[in-house]
Design a protein around this ligand. Structure first.
Ligand SMILES: *[C@@H]1O[C@H](CO)[C@@H](O)[C@H](O)[C@H]1NC(C)=O
Ligand SMILES: *[C@@H]1O[C@H](CO)[C@@H](O)[C@H](O)[C@H]1NC(C)=O
Ligand SMILES: *[C@@H]1O[C@H](CO)[C@@H](O)[C@H](O)[C@H]1NC(C)=O
Length: 227
């Protein structure tokens, strides 16, 4: 009984629940370990929208968001070539071309998928991609990470796992939201333009439950100098 209580206390202390409005997560170094785990009691989805803003100077391939299920990618968004971003889910890959973005600038990226049509789509800085087939059928996302790609993971080795440094994210991320539906174009435009939007009903930056591992810094957004 006491042991159980201690365990519960430890896991509660490690996981933070905060309003991150005005903050960003900085991944300042290429590592095979630094990550931020995003927590939600929800696990099964028949549609998703994930939106986030990122800033990087990485020329190489890197992950932007990764949700995994044991032995499989659940929903991964990654840059895989100079002007290509992929959605990977359950052994299926949708490749979106013409997604080059300027380095050293904040970008807004939204990614949607719906099991009814099986179609995925990207919105880079509010600009829609072609709609591509990914797969039908629900996904399960027991582990959601920023900073590291997880093509698969083993729940037993959850804590010790090393990731692939060559796919890690270096830079800053903020305003991460996840919904269990496909947002309408107007809602995505509002997110992109930082106007009114209903926060994510699965993950919300204004009430984020998360856990930082390794060298990740939670800090204030840098704003222009004000008089
Ligand atoms: C994905 O591919 C792996 C290896 O080919 C296979 O073992 C697994 O069953 C596949 N999973 C799904 C969901 O298709
Ligand atoms: C988008 O933002 C505008 C201005 O804040 C607001 O009037 C409108 O209702 C928003 N649209 C959606 C779909 O949330
Ligand atoms: C988070 O903080 C911002 C700024 O203080 C505030 O506008 C917003 O309502 C807060 N969000 C939640 C969910 O409390």
């Amino acid at each position: 009984m006491e042991k159980l209580l201690v365990l519960v206390l430890i896991s509660t202390c490690n996981a933070l629940n905060q309003n991150l409005s005005g903050k960003m997560l900085t991944f300042p170094q290429e590592t095979d370990s630094a990550n931020v785990r995003l927590k939600t009691p929800r696990e099964k989805f028949s549609a998703v929208t994930i939106c986030l803003r990122f800033f990087t100077d990485l020329g190489r391939n890197h992950v932007l968001f990764s949700a995994a299920t044991p032995g499989n990618a659940a929903f991964i968004i990654k840059k895989t070539a100079a002007s290509e971003i992929q959605q990977v889910s359950k052994n299926s890959t949708a490749i979106f071309e013409g997604q080059a973005f300027t380095l050293n600038t904040w970008h807004s990226l939204c990614s949607t998928w719906d099991s009814k049509t099986g179609l995925g789509q990207l919105w880079m800085d509010g600009k829609p991609s072609a709609r591509k087939f990914l797969h039908y059928g629900a996904i399960r996302t027991p582990r959601i990470l920023l900073g590291q790609e997880q093509d698969d993971f083993n729940e037993q080795e959850d804590q010790q796992q090393a990731f692939n440094q060559q796919k890690s994210f270096v830079g800053m991320v903020n305003d991460v939201h996840m919904w269990d539906s496909v947002l309408r174009p107007c809602q995505i435009q509002n997110y992109t333009n930082q106007m009114n939007f209903a926060p994510g009903n699965v993950l919300s930056w204004g009430a984020l439950h998360f856990q930082m591992t390794g060298r990740v810094v939670l800090e204030d957004m840098q704003s222009d100098c004000k008089q």
